[in-house]
Design a protein around this ligand. Structure first.
Ligand code: AMP
Length: 415
């Protein structure tokens, strides 16, 4: 299906054309026609699948010719809110509709100026929205479309009371579009409470990583991780590298070490204030810095085009987190590489990831860095000059390869 075959208005089709979108992504093909019929949608999709257009395009279409606040998109974090707002503004370019955004950490005065000018579509984080609702600055009584984006993340962050409060202030008759990367019970229960006869659409089977991502595990002694990181960052093609650490302290330490090694780096975590985060993200996005070191704050919702590599400096403790981290690369069809450092203490974490994925990740070990975890399948790399993709068939277990029954048994035994 093409964008112009979905029943979308010409100006909406034109807006996506101008953005260079040639074909709808799977979630768009599935969700847009349903949403255009006015039905509720329960979408299982993570960021990177094109879900923003999946809910924004039919919403803009529905609001054509109307005035006043008719659509609200709730997002868990400022980063995601900004990103959804920016996409929404792009999609609304040819229409007369105004898209606005509210998030904490900025001046309320600025919010008020925007609100007075009048938004048709409002993107907001729950906390700041509630502030404005309580002060009477935002009126949801005319709302026609409510979107919950990354609902699982919102619940993880403890926003259920705020969501309830928002729902209480929305008209009962409305269209609700609900998106979540995962569907644990609390998310299902929220969906059940607020959706009416929803149509479920799923972007890709849950628990798989984005296509086009080459994935590797590097066994490495804990004390040598930074040295290995610096070595890898010197490889050609390491243009835009997102590095995840487990803790804020770790993020600061690693970014300091990279900085001292002459690598251009920014850092992003929960202790950084709004301005610092925006600055870090802009510098990374604009290519002023090669590396962004982040904690899981940035795990989802971070939409930076052209991330060439994701490096898990620390293996994710939560296997689902791995999928989200790796989803930061290879967005919308680009090729990417995900590297996970595995110290002796992290072997269990990596196995848990492999169990979730259903396949074994290939190991790459550099002489002098490993800790004796090598197996027959380990690829030894005496030097790192050659990009891995060109190496010929020495890989016992490619990413994406199915597990043999023996491998699966092995994983089951240790997990
Ligand atoms: P999202 O999952 O909405 O955050 O989108 C991920 C990225 O894919 C964003 O950079 C979008 O601009 C881009 N994108 C969304 N839909 C399409 C499409 N149909 N074709 C190409 N790129 C797209």
């Amino acid at each position: 299906m093409r964008f112009d075959e979905m029943g979308l208005a010409p100006e909406v089709v034109q807006a996506v054309k101008e953005l260079g979108y040639e074909h709808p992504t799977p979630i768009q093909s599935m969700a847009i026609p349903i949403a255009l019929e006015g039905k509720d949608v329960l979408g299982k999709a993570q960021t990177g699948t094109g879900k923003t257009a999946a809910f924004m395009l039919p919403t803009l279409q529905r609001l054509r010719g109307k005035e006043g606040l008719r659509a609200l998109v709730l997002c868990p974090t400022r980063e995601l809110a900004i990103q959804v707002y920016e996409s929404g503004r792009d999609y609304a370019r040819g229409s007369e509709l105004f898209v606005g955004v509210l998030y904490g950490g900025t001046s309320v005065e600025k919010d008020l100026r925007g609100l007075r000018a009048g938004y048709d579509v409002l993107v907001a984080t729950p906390g700041r929205l509630i502030d404005h609702l309580e002060r009477g600055n935002v009126d949801l009584s005319q709302l026609e479309v409510l979107v919950l984006d990354e609902a699982d993340r919102m619940l993880d962050m403890g926003f259920r009371p705020q969501i309830n409060e928002v729902i209480r202030r929305c008209p009962k008759v409305r269209q609700t579009l609900f998106f979540s990367a995962t569907m644990p019970n609390d998310v299902k229960s929220l969906a059940y409470d607020i959706l009416r006869d929803p149509v479920t659409v799923e972007a890709a089977p849950q628990k798989t990583t984005a296509d086009g991502v080459d994935q590797f595990v590097y066994p490495v002694q804990e004390s040598k991780k930074t040295e290995l990181l610096i070595k890898l960052l010197q490889r050609p093609g390491m243009d835009s590298v997102l590095v995840f650490t487990r803790t804020k302290f770790g993020a600061d330490r690693v970014s300091g070490q990279l900085g001292r090694a002459g690598i251009k780096v920014e850092v992003m975590h929960g202790d950084r204030n709004m301005q610092q985060r925006v600055r870090a993200l802009d510098a990374f996005r604009d290519g002023e810095v090669q590396v962004l070191v982040a904690t899981d704050v940035a795990q989802r919702g971070l939409d930076v085009e052209g991330i060439s590599h994701v490096i898990n400096y620390d293996a994710p403790q939560d296997p689902e987190g791995y999928v989200h981290r790796v989803g930061r690369t290879a967005r919308a069809g680009a090729k990417g590489e995900a590297i996970t450092f595995m110290s002796g203490g992290e072997m269990g974490d990596v196995r848990a990831v492999e169990f979730l994925l259903g396949y074994r990740l290939p190991r790459v070990e550099l002489p002098g860095f490993g800790f004796g975890s090598a197996t027959e399948e380990t690829i030894y790399t005496p030097e790192l000059k050659q990009p891995r993709g060109k190496r010929s068939g020495r890989m016992g277990a490619r990413s994406g390869a199915a597990l043999t029954p023996e491998q699966l048994q092995e994983l089951l035994n240790v997990s």
